[in-house]
Design a binder for this molecule. Sequence first.
Ligand code: GLP
Length: 241
Amino acid sequence: MRIIRKSDENSFDKAAADIILEQMQSKADSVIALSTGRTTARMHALVCEAFGTAPFDTSNITVLGLDEVTGIPDTNPWACKAKLKREIVDFLAVQESNFLMLPAEVKDLKSTTEYFLNEIELRGGIDLMILGLGENGHIGFNQPGTPFDSSIHLSTMDSGLERRIKEDCGLDDDVKLGGITLGIKEIMAAKKIVLAVKGDSKAEIVSKVVNGAILEQVPASILQRHPDCTLLGDADALKYI
Ligand code: GLP
């Protein structure tokens, strides 16, 4: 795993945005998988800012969401689809047919999975995937214990995120939230991966992911085996590396 260390949050966000921009500009039909969360919001804003200053052709760019929250509609501001739309997809004028999101409401997981795998394959595979990292080592919604050979699946949500969403949306305690996510198999098939980490709260898990054993209990540890994975972090997140 290659490591890029940035001294602070600003240079981290800028470096991450530059990677996305470079991918979009070097291959007009790029397929880019993006994550939502605290780590990635500002990098998306910087991509939009650069695009606003010097626009380029996005008509053939595909944006694929890594995962989606289940239990709330995809129009809820906390839904990954709604976040990606407002953070980057609308501003870049990505075509609706080129914005692929796993559905928040799954009627038939088998056909949903087939549909997405087929779309990814037809578009030539995922060129670049930006991954965030959960404090428990999850990537997407691949929680600790997810088999490394998993494909698209429904999963649980870690309690911290569930609490934040419920508080913010005023949801009752008995509402059960979860996630649908690309599996470890689809993640490992991406041509290039950037694992983006910032902040002190990620430091311990980052050191396990990079230097620890490759274990299903630490889903992101599998990235040690990916042929083109870069860990991009700020000084706080990388302090034990
Ligand atoms: C969530 C999302 C992930 C995201 C991760 C990190 O659970 N499902 O896609 O990468 O948590 O989020 P944050 O950047 O807010 O720490």
